[in-house]
Structures are given as structure tokens and as C-alpha cells.
Design a protein around this ligand. Structure first.
Ligand SMILES: N[C@@H](CCC(=O)N[C@@H](CS)C(=O)NCC(=O)O)C(=O)O
Length: 208
């Protein structure tokens, strides 16, 4: 019996910034023909997402044999391995861990931004917790400062650029903080990156 190439189901909404990271990676790695998107609703108790990923978070990638792979960083490492490519993540050595750490820093911006948005979403009608919002905003501001001091190479699509592009795209869309004015180098990086990497625009949230 021949076992052909595996196919995968990506559980995510089209608006999830972490899902967007994976959708970008799928496109850049040329795996579009093997990954099907299946909408996930993180608020729905009956969505199979909570069985696939007990944390109930998206994105989650499900293989032909039902194995679930998460979170977005692990999914991208998995897909890079499937594609046999080290275009997104250096294969080894200090460069690998530098890239993975910078990618996590970018993800931390998105995490903090999401927590700011959830504050009002999960407590509708209640006054916002200013202390909580300031705590999360501090993370975003410090991480943006680190990237402003050392922006990525705008000509390169790798795990850092993908994570940072999705983080800044999310800030532009949901606006938990205004970042453009104080981070001109980062704004210039995003403009060039969006121009040279078509997957960035193609994976934009439909309502963004
Ligand atoms: N570290 C995770 C974060 C994923 C995440 O926070 N996803 C959000 C949507 S963008 C989510 O599922 N939120 C629902 C929840 O936290 O219950 C990753 O990189 O995949």
C-alpha cells in the first residue's frame, strides 16, 4: 500500500492573528494544496477544537491520523519540516535560537494585544481594568521598542517577519495601542515587507 503525501486540516478563524501566521507559512512554504482551513470557534463548547487542543486555542493543525499539533510556533516548525525547508527557521546553531526568541517576542505583542481586547470582550458593560490594560500595554511598548531598535531585514520572510507582521497587523486592526507614530522604522519595515511578501496581504482578516 502506498502512502502518499499527508494532508492537514488547519483549525482557525480567518481573523486570528496566530492563525494568520500559519496561513502565511503555508503559502510561503508552498503547502497550500495540502492544508485545508476548517473554521474554529473558540467560544463554542461543542467545537471539536477543545478536544483537539485542550486549551481550546487556535490555530491547531490536525494530521490525517488525527494527531493535533499546536501552537502556531510548533505548527510552523512542523510545516517547515514537512516542506524540508529551513527558509523560515535556521536549521541549527545560535541563529536558530536567536530567530525563535525574536519570533516569541513578536508573539508576545500579539498575546498582550489579545488580552487587552479580551478584557472588554469577556466583561461587557463593565469598566475596563486599567491596571491590567497598562500591564499588557507595557509588554507591547517594550517589545516594540526592541524591534524598533533592530527591525528585521525587510527583504526576508522568516518566522520573525511572519510573527511581527501578524502582530503589527493585529495592532492596526484592533488598535489596543497606537504604534505607528513612535516606531517609524518598524512602520517602514512593515510597508516594505507587505510589498515584497504577497502572502501578507492575502492572509489579511476579511474585515480588516
Ligand atoms: N500561543 C498560541 C496562542 C494562540 C491564541 O491565543 N489564539 C487565540 C486566538 S488568536 C485563541 O485561541 N483564543 C481563545 C482562548 O484563549 O480561549 C499560539 O501561538 O498559537
Amino acid at each position: 500500500m502506498s502512502s502518499g503525501p499527508q494532508n492537514y486540516v488547519l483549525r482557525s478563524s480567518l481573523t486570528s492573528p496566530f492563525g494568520r501566521k500559519v496561513r502565511m507559512a503555508v503559502e510561503v512554504l508552498g503547502l497550500g494544496g495540502r492544508v485545508t482551513l476548517a473554521h474554529a470557534d473558540t467560544l463554542d463548547d461543542n467545537d471539536t477544537l477543545r478536544r483537539q487542543n485542550p486549551l481550546g486555542k487556535m490555530p491547531c493543525l490536525v494530521t490525517d491520523d488525527g494527531t493535533a499539533i499546536y501552537d502556531s510556533g510548533v505548527i510552523i516548525e512542523f510545516l517547515a519540516d514537512v516542506a524540508g525547508s529551513d527558509r523560515l527557521i535556521p536549521a541549527r546553531g545560535p541563529e536558530r535560537f536567536k530567530a525563535l526568541t525574536r519570533a516569541r517576542l513578536a508573539d508576545g505583542i500579539t498575546d498582550a494585544a489579545i488580552l487587552m481586547i479580551y478584557d472588554s470582550r469577556f466583561r461587557p458593560g463593565e469598566p475596563p481594568s486599567e491596571r491590567w490594560l497598562a500591564h499588557q500595554r507595557g509588554k507591547i511598548v517594550r517589545a516594540l521598542a526592541a524591534f524598533e531598535a533592530l527591525p528585521p531585514d525587510p527583504g526576508k520572510t522568516d518566522i520573525v517577519a511572519i510573527g511581527l507582521g501578524c502582530a503589527l497587523g493585529y495592532l492596526d486592526w484592533r488598535k489596543p495601542v497606537e504604534w505607528r507614530q513612535d516606531h517609524p522604522r518598524l512602520a517602514a519595515w512593515l510597508a516594505t515587507f507587505a510589498q515584497q511578501e504577497p502572502a501578507f496581504d492575502r492572509t489579511r482578516a476579511p474585515s480588516a
